[in-house]
Design a protein around this ligand. Structure first.
Ligand SMILES: Cc1cc2nc3c(=O)[nH]c(=O)nc-3n(C[C@H](O)[C@H](O)[C@H](O)COP(=O)(O)OP(=O)(O)OC[C@H]3O[C@@H](n4cnc5c(N)ncnc54)[C@H](O)[C@@H]3O)c2cc1C
Length: 269
């Protein structure tokens, strides 16, 4: 199938994006890397009347860091995340996104806004306590990652808002483990372990509509339990649904193993 007709606007500033989206009155869409949006348009699952191309906006593709965190511009390509060394967890997670062509075009802002339950960057965002800067008609607001993701492919972004930056705190220790059926496939289960402010967080992707913290597993570790006990607790506390790719018990078993591996990588046993 081919996309339904739309007007194309190549924006040169964030303000122009926000105004164009506001003028479209809920019928506009941002085009970033196009890796998720274009297939949706081609299948006519979305029929926006206006596409706002943000790729030529200057300054949104940079990665900056200070002692505590890395600021990733919304237009930063996944491949640039792989290549940077300031946030090793982000680099490791980005390696697992699709194939080279997808990593070359796809953007951090697009991945966060698309909110796929199996995508890597949302899990890292929740796991590392990231904050998202969002531009809208009333100015810029900041929201915590775990408040942005509402449901599968649904965020708390308004229709006339644009993500501009994602701020990822740097964990003192981290681990990342993912299971996919084939190289480049979306993950069946992703586990992210981070140590931030001396507390260990365990976050899982692919087991619910949004990335979820394994609070009981975290408590096991806080109480002096072992990595294996924490992995078992994580597996028991999630409630994954079955789909074409695997049953709920299968995902629970994979989750236990991914948590164990991520904890081992973080040096927690
Ligand atoms: C074959 C294939 C395999 C893939 N495998 C993986 C994978 O393993 N893991 C993974 O995480 N992803 C995977 N992806 C998706 C890929 O990571 C996309 O790059 C990402 O989901 C969307 O980023 P994008 O820049 O391409 O966004 P687009 O496709 O341009 O946009 C996606 C959505 O986000 C909105 N949007 C984009 N930028 C912004 C912004 N700054 N502010 C607000 N809204 C915005 C758009 O309007 C649209 O609704 C795969 C894609 C393909 C085609």
């Amino acid at each position: 199938m081919k996309c339904a007709p739309f007007d194309y606007v190549r924006a040169s500033s964030v303000e122009e994006v926000v105004k164009t989206l506001a003028d479209a009155d809920g019928d506009g869409k941002i085009l970033a890397g196009g890796q998720s949006l274009v297939p949706v348009l081609a299948l006519r699952m979305a029929r926006p009347s206006v596409l706002v191309d943000v790729n030529r906006i200057a300054g949104l593709g940079s990665i900056r860091s200070d002692d505590g965190a890395v600021d990733v511009g919304a237009l930063t390509r996944h491949s640039a995340l792989v290549d940077q060394t300031r946030h090793p967890l982000l680099a490791e997670a980005a390696k697992w996104i699709g194939h080279t062509a997808i990593r070359t075009r796809g953007t951090a802002g697009g991945s966060i806004a698309h909110a796929d339950p199996s995508a890597e960057l949302p899990v890292v965002a929740v796991g590392s306590g990231a904050t998202i800067s969002i531009a809208g008609p009333g100015g810029t607001r900041t929201v915590a990652a775990d408040e942005l993701f509402v449901s599968a492919l649904v965020t708390s972004l308004a229709e006339d808002e644009m993500i501009t930056t994602i701020r990822f705190p740097k964990p003192t220790r981290w681990g990342f483990a993912e299971f996919a059926r084939r190289h480049g496939d979306f993950a069946l289960v992703t586990a992210v372990v981070t140590e931030i402010d001396d507390a260990v967080r365990i976050t899982l992707g692919g087991v619910a509509a949004v990335p979820v913290r394994a609070a009981q597993a975290e408590q096991v570790l806080a109480d002096g339990g072992t990595a294996r006990e924490a992995a078992a607790a994580a597996s028991a506390e999630i409630d994954p649904t079955a789909d074409l790719h695997g049953s709920a018990p299968f995902r629970r078993a994979i989750a236990a193993e991914m948590v164990r591996r991520a904890l081992a990588q973080a040096g927690i046993d």
